[in-house]
Design a protein around this ligand. Structure first.
Ligand code: BES
Ligand code: ZN
Length: 898
């Protein structure tokens, strides 16, 4: 555990190393308690850097021996985390060799960073700075070397030995090493140390051979414990689709003879793109219809694709330093979003496909608003390329990922699909095998597009905070013109008070009184053109004048969510209802419903006696009964906005009042529209075997939402349907949907249903995660309901729960802290005290997981004074905890800083 006071690392301090590594030869004698790592390095003077010592970084390592060119160095400067060696005298050649022997204890590694054990096997996780927990090394992404790896282990316990690249040798060990075997792997590509991986375990494999676009045969393997091998089919299909898509859309080919993916049960993140050896949290790899929902299927396909896409955007071209993280993550998230949209649209091509694409876009926008907007408005706000950090693990954020992907999407919008592709081609031609910066990327995009000016665009990389775009329109009946004024501003964020105007692409449409889009003609143009066009807002304020209109239009702005901004536009209820019914842009149609629901929720939260307006219910009914609309879209538009998002829109945030409002809305929409919901359940019910398909998934989503509303309102027929579907379901989407409806209701049937679900899946860790999460997230629907905290406390001692397994922690504690604000922020402060207790307990084992949980309270200053008074002492209690990690110290320190 690091106990020193946290250090702040600055982006402006970047210096190349004086000594880099060209070749690494690693030898692992694997043993859970006592693993010996021998590292032989070829080091080279870096001509681009000023003279300096050889620097090696380490973390919790036991150094056994260290030799430079075969001799012990004269006066190495050694601390717990750093070794500096002056290379001088007769060693001052251009290259030197080093041999370093280190001892580690993987079974004691509870942080799951570096080399650790999980269910009896060995696994690694090296991004961002985990490699230095395995051996002393200049562990930075700008050091790119060729790796050869030999693994040695007990053959019976660890029959499978994997590392990056190609298998170049294997066999049994002789003499005094009975029962042990070895495998030798060589990665033909240079890579930074964060992409190193090894696996030694008892695993089964699902493998396929395919030909790549140039006709090379490659071996694809998915490895998991034997009893889960029948759950790997979807991941394999997903991988093949990802390989094909990258060939077609970007001309990028798999560059190895073999590509391996391994499932592991204990993993801090979702998955990791190690070269040729991706390691996945099993929840994002394994699926059967009986164990995974439609959403799980979609997530698995997206994450398999994401990690595969990193092979080019991240691995072949990597980041110079961790401040550039969005270079690989924002770009790769954009690529996986586009992939998923293409896959979904392709599966329903005969129905047009556009709706499936829009549904995907709406999902992504929902995530951005729920996770990234609050982050950008709190103490952790940072640009997609941060200027400083204390602990890099805290910067794998929604901002770097999701806002980063939006920034790439804006580039794509500005340059067009072809211009963007040309930029990507040039990027690889310049930078293959190198570690580069975001500036390099944007410059190359400009160069490939006739010097397209992206100087101002770079501000998206520099400024934190969600920009506001204020729109106002003036209709002139006399000359048939509509004058739209767009003004932008970005609120101050910590350490960044002055903001410059950004380049904001605003996609605009105008809707006529008949509900149809009108062809747009800007002043000065000869004739009307398309019905949606992208206006480029670059100044503080700009005016756009549309002419030739027959009547006053209704503006539809920021179509397709063309920029990651908050649009401010005065619209009355009638206009929102009009756009809910007519907006040709599905994103905006959905957004109109969200805005209307938000308005009602905040009004109800402010006035406990207020009723849900009839006009609102009527607008929902119109959407619900519009059979021409894709069910998946209706499910999105009819779901109330997320609580986290609404709290962000409420000042002061009062979770209990908001919860009360949402309960009233669920009940009113459920009861008043009961007949309509029941009708939906009947009509959209699917028969036949489960298939993962967007059309079917949409129907299941809308039926599950209908059951939610009906159960919330206590509609007897709806509850009976939920119980029947729960009992008869043949797939997890339906079974879990019905269970969720029962649990989110006052029905006494909920207890028995939870028990039945548990009994059915008692041996399935991934399904039990759903069972934990559902209970942690449940609302109180009647006075008799047990508090969520009481339930969570009981579940903490459930035999299937473990604080050492991140999935369990995220399911139970993560859901309670993040997805159940109405209960977490109980007025008596019990939730807050529980939070501190758990963050401290977790921090002692796994700082990354603890820091993620700690973030649940970072926006505490937005809450009511009473809640703030309850939270502050708990933040201080965590901050004062002995041996607090740098991870948690940064989060909580920034939260309490004035
Ligand atoms: N490179 C990351 C995994 C990672 C992140 C490792 C942080 C270590 C520290 C990987 O490519 C990734 O982004 N994974 C995401 C899922 C992805 C689909 C957005 C994750 O793990 O959440
Ligand atoms: Zn990634």
């Amino acid at each position: 555990m690091r106990t020193e006071t946290p250090q702040t690392i600055l982006r402006s301090d970047y210096q190349p190393l004086a000594w880099t590594v060209t070749d690494v030869d690693l030898h692992f004698a694997l043993d859970p308690a006592n693993t010996l790592v021998t590292s032989r390095l070829t080091l080279k003077r870096n001509p681009a850097a000023p003279a300096g010592p050889l620097v090696l970084l380490g973390d919790e390592l036991e150094l056994m021996s260290l030799k430079i060119d075969g001799c012990e160095p004269a006066a190495p400067r050694i601390t717990d985390t750093r070794i500096e060696i002056d290379i001088s005298g007769d060693l001052a050649g251009d290259t030197v060799s080093a041999e370093i022997v280190t001892r580690i204890a993987p079974e004691k590694n509870t942080s799951l960073s570096g080399l650790y054990t999980s269910r009896g096997g060995f696994f690694t996780q090296c991004e961002a700075e985990g490699f230095r927990r395995i051996t002393w090394f200049p562990d930075r992404p700008d050091v790119m070397a060729r790796f050869t790896v030999t693994l040695e282990a007990d053959k019976a316990k660890y029959p499978v030995l994997l590392s990056n690249g190609n298998l170049i040798g294997q066999g049994d060990l002789a003499d005094g090493n009975t029962g042990r075997h070895f495998a030798r792997w060589e990665d033909p590509f240079v890579k930074p140390s964060y992409l190193f991986a090894l696996v030694a375990a008892d695993l089964a494999v699902n493998e396929r051979k395919i030909k790549t676009m140039s006709g090379r045969e490659v071996l694809l393997q998915i490895w998991t414990e034997a009893d889960a091998i029948d759950r790997t089919g979807h991941a394999m299909e997903s991988l093949i689709r990802a390989i094909r898509w990258d060939e077609e859309r970007f001309g990028l080919e798999l560059d190895l003879e073999r590509f391996m993916v391994v499932a592991v049960s204990d993993f801090n993140m979702g998955a990791m793109e190690n070269k040729g050896l991706n390691i996945f949290n099993s929840k994002l790899l394994l699926a059967t219809p009986e164990t995974a929902t439609d959403v799980d299927y979609e997530n698995i396909e997206a994450v398999v694709a994401h990690e595969y896409f990193h092979n080019w955007t991240g691995n072949r071209v990597t980041c110079r330093d961790w401040f550039q993280l969005t270079l690989k993550e924002g770009l790769t998230v954009f690529r996986d979003q586009e992939f998923t949209a293409d896959m979904l649209a392709g599966m329903v091509a005969n129905e047009g496909g556009d709706s499936a694409r829009a549904v995907k876009r709406i999902d992504d926008v929902r995530v951005l608003r729920a996770a990234q907007f609050p982050e950008d408005a709190g103490p952790m706000a940072h640009p997609i390329r941060p200027d400083s950090y204390q602990e890099i693990n805290n910067f794998y954020t929604a901002t770097v990922y999701e806002k980063g992907a939006e920034v790439i999407r804006m580039l794509h919008t500005l340059l067009g699909q072809e211009g963007f592709r040309n930029g990507m081609d040039l990027y690889f031609s310049y930078f293959d095998g190198q570690a580069v910066t975001c500036d390099d990327f944007v410059e190359v995009m400009s160069e490939a597009n006739n010097g397209f000016d992206l100087d101002q665009f770079m501000r998206w990389y520099e400024q934190a905070g969600t920009p506001r775009v204020k729109a106002s329109g003036v209709w002139n009946a006399a000359d048939g013109s509509y004058t739209l004024t767009l003004a932008q501003s970005t609120p101050a964020t910590p350490g960044q008070h002055v903001k410059q105007p950004l380049v904001i692409p605003v996609a605009v449409g105008l809707i006529g009184a008949d509900g149809r889009d009108v062809a747009l003609r800007l002043e000065g143009e000869a004739q009307p053109g398309a019905t949606t066009r992208v206006l480029k807002l670059t100044e503080d304020a700009q005016v756009f004048r549309f002419v030739g209109l027959a009547g006053e239009p209704v503006p539809s702005l920021l179509r397709g969510f063309s920029a990651p901004v908050i649009l401010e536009l005065d619209e009355d209820d009638a206009r929102l209802a009009f756009r809910m019914a007519h907006d040709a842009d599905p994103c905006n149609r959905w957004d109109a419903a969200q805005r209307y629901a938000e308005r009602v929720a905040l009004a109800l939260a402010a006035d406990p006696a207020a009723m849900v307006p009839e006009a609102f219910v009527a607008a929902f009914r119109t959407l619900l009964n519009d059979g021409a609309l894709d069910p998946a879209f209706r499910a999105q538009a009819l779901a109330l906005p997320g609580e986290a998002y609404l709290l962000e829109r409420m000042l002061p945030a009062d979770p209990a009042a908001l919860r009360g409002a949402l309960v009233r809305m669920m009940r009113a929409l459920g009861a008043t529209l009961a007949a309509d919901w029941l009708d939906v359940v009947e009509r959209l019910q699917l028969a036949g075997a489960y298939r993962y398909h967007p059309g079917d998934a949409g129907r299941r989503a809308l039926v599950n939402l209908a059951l939610r509303y009906l159960a919330a309102a206590g509609v007897g027929e709806g509850l009976a349907l939920a119980e029947a579907r729960f009992a008869a379901a043949t797939n997890m989407t339906e079974r879990f949907g019905a269970l969720a409806a029962l649990v989110q209701s006052a029905s006494p049937a909920r207890t028995a249903a939870l028990q039945a679900f548990h009994d059915r899946h008692r041996d399935d860790a991934l399904v039990l995660d759903k069972w934990f999460a559902l209970q942690a997230g449940a609302w109180s629907w009647d006075a008799a309901a047990e508090s969520a905290l009481a339930r969570v406390r009981v579940l903490l001692s459930d035999p299937s729960f473990s604080l050492s397994n991140p999935n369990k922690v995220y399911a139970l504690l993560g859901t309670f802290f993040r997805a159940n604000p109405g209960e977490f922020h109980a007025a008596d402060g019990s939730g807050h005290a529980f939070w501190a207790e758990q963050v401290i307990a977790l921090d002692a084992r796994n700082p990354q997981v603890a820091a993620r949980m700690a973030r649940a309270l970072e926006n505490w200053r937005r809450f009511t004074p009473t809640l703030q008074a309850s939270i502050r002492p708990q933040l201080e209690r965590v901050l004062a905890a002995e041996g607090l990690s740098a991870d948690v110290a940064e989060i909580v320190g920034k939260a309490v800083a004035e």
